[in-house]
Write a protein that binds this ligand. Structure first.
Ligand SMILES: O=P(O)(O)O[C@@H]1[C@@H](OP(=O)(O)O)[C@H](OP(=O)(O)O)[C@H](O)[C@H](OP(=O)(O)O)[C@H]1OP(=O)(O)O
Ligand SMILES: Nc1ncnc2c1ncn2[C@@H]1O[C@H](COP(=O)(O)OP(=O)(O)OP(=O)(O)O)[C@@H](O)[C@H]1O
Length: 481
């Protein structure tokens, strides 16, 4: 292993990713808060336990729920410590400042090896244009429907939109994002179009774009700066340039968004002649009052998502949280109390794994009514954790131009220009969420809701029309998608 064969690729809160300079592979390594690195023995033990758990959870739990074709679980690898240390030093200056509160694990040598999803695994058709890849972290796509959700606003405004106000106040971001996950998950091409447009305008940590495996568009390290859409258009132009005339920036972006929407709605069967079956939610669950879209557009109803598309798969898993954290928390306390009395039961109940087929069975076969049993409480807690994973995962859409003669490959076509793209869709970051984080989730939920109520109390008194015109000019032009 030579550190010069690898380069910095990206990172999140819990892991750091490097990519191989020649092969289409990445290594995913854990990160720790700086203070935890004092205890190298403990962090090493943690990595040896956690990394195989990540693979098992992804392979045995999330893959069956989300679909074989979308999930790549990777393999555990043991890396020489010398290599990991040199790598850590090499990439340090490329890490964004906002992520440097944690350090890469250089003690265990344990990592995950995965396919590089910013590349297209299909052969590349001899086209000179490198693949484009769009990574979206969609977050929670429905409104809670549980009778346990006590605050009325939780049934009207989605968690992401409420959380924006809290994040702004805490200085995590400098501008409110207009992206609303309920628009993305609506299945309505108009609403999805606007959701993606809003992500492009304010990507935060919900959108990244790669070209040939290199990051070309994301939130700036200096969060005060906005990323440059014109620069993005320059990158995109060769992909959406047609012989029949000059494309304006607007058209280029519009076609780009159209490809993303089509990939998100695709069921992988481009030759289908009949309409795919739809996943339909009642309007009460799919309309967020904070979405900047005009009410008329929202009122058009939601066509729903094709059942096998990536968004439907993620939404189904997210909706395993059907009690809301307010309904789940008392069940968590029931489990806690039981474990205090019978600590040895922790293993049988699979609180910390193993993440195998019997864990999945517990998640899938939870009784619908609370019979007061510990089994019910545990199954609901496990379901909630699966839903949390689905609420925090990311989608990667990778595509590259392909010709007329490559019809057999799954492809997307843009009308009226008939541009053709070979594509793949994957889901990443499917790590288990710790059982211990439930009390934190409960407190965070209260903080977000209370802060939202407090911060929007004045604007709420405005008549709806002025509220909307203040947040977004509603004379948006809809291009056919
Ligand atoms: O709680 P949320 O909704 O803020 O989600 C956290 C994410 O924040 P976001 O709101 O997406 O900016 C957060 O993302 P960032 O670090 O903000 O990019 C993490 O994904 C975190 O997961 P984990 O604790 O690292 O496993 C996420 O925490 P979990 O709640 O999924 O554990
Ligand atoms: N298989 C992959 N191929 C290409 N890029 C990847 C792959 N896995 C991860 N990445 C990149 O690395 C980044 C960080 O990975 P990941 O989201 O798994 O980190 P994380 O710390 O678990 O995230 P979070 O903050 O959500 O906890 C991703 O946003 C993505 O850009």
């Amino acid at each position: 292993m030579d550190e010069n064969d690898w380069k910095y690729h990206g990172e999140g809160n819990k892991s750091l990713v490097v990519s191989h300079v020649q092969h289409s592979r990445v290594l995913r390594l854990l990160k720790y808060p700086c203070e935890e690195t004092q205890n190298t023995h403990q962090t090493t033990e943690q990595a040896f336990q956690h990394i195989p758990n990540i693979v098992d959870y992804s392979r045995n739990v999330m893959k069956p729920l989300l679909g074989e074709k979308y999930v790549h679980s990777g393999e555990v690898v043991k890396l020489p410590l010398d290599f990991v240390r040199k790598l850590s030093l090499k990439i340090q200056q490329e890490r964004p400042e906002l992520r440097c509160d944690k350090v890469m694990d250089t003690f265990s040598g344990c990592g995950l090896c995965l396919p590089n999803l910013t590349h297209l695994s299909l052969c590349h058709f001899g086209d000179h244009r490198p693949p484009l890849c769009v990574e979206i972290k969609p977050k929670c796509g429905f409104l809670p429907f549980s009778r346990h959700a006590t605050k009325e606003c939780k049934r009207k405004v989605c968690r992401f939109c409420m959380h924006q106000h809290f994040k702004l106040a805490n200085g995590k971001w400098n501008r409110l994002s207009r992206y609303c996950p309920l628009d993305l998950f609506s299945g309505s091409k108009q609403r999805m179009y606007i959701a993606i447009k809003n992500l492009l305008e304010e990507p935060q940590n919900n959108l990244k774009i790669f070209k040939g495996g290199e990051l070309i568009y994301s939130c700036k390290d200096d969060a005060k700066q906005q990323p440059d859409l014109n620069e993005l258009v320059q990158h995109l132009w060769p992909y959406f340039h047609h012989s029949n005339g000059h494309q304006s920036s607007k058209t280029v972006l519009s076609e780009f968004i159209q490809v993303i929407c089509s990939a998100l709605l695709s069921t992988g069967d481009s030759n289908r002649s009949v309409e795919p079956r739809k996943m339909q939610l009642s309007d009460g669950r799919v309309l967020c009052e904070a979405s900047p879209l005009h009410r008329d557009l929202l009122r058009n109803g939601s066509p729903g998502l094709p059942k096998d598309c990536v968004l439907a798969k993620i939404l189904q898993a997210q909706m395993m949280d059907n009690l809301d954290i307010e309904g789940l928390y008392p069940l968590y306390k029931r489990v806690e109390q039981y474990l205090e009395e019978f600590p040895k039961e922790r293993n049988r109940l699979q609180i910390d794994g193993p993440y195998d087929s019997s864990f999945l069975e517990k998640v899938k076969t939870c009784p619908s009514e609370d019979d007061g049993s510990i089994e019910y409480a545990v199954a609901k807690v496990l379901q909630y954790r699966v839903a949390m994973t689905a609420k925090d995962c990311s989608i990667m859409i990778t595509f590259a131009p392909c010709g007329e003669d490559e019809k057999l490959q799954p492809h997307l076509e843009i009308q009226p220009t008939k541009s053709r793209f070979a594509f793949s869709v994957s889901i990443l970051d499917l790590d288990p969420k710790p059982y211990e984080s439930i009390p934190h989730q409960y407190k965070l939920d209260t903080k977000i809701v209370n802060y939202y109520l407090k911060s929007t109390i004045d604007t709420k008194e405005l008549p709806p029309s002025s509220l909307y015109s203040e947040r977004q000019d509603c004379t948006l032009l809809f291009h056919p998608v």
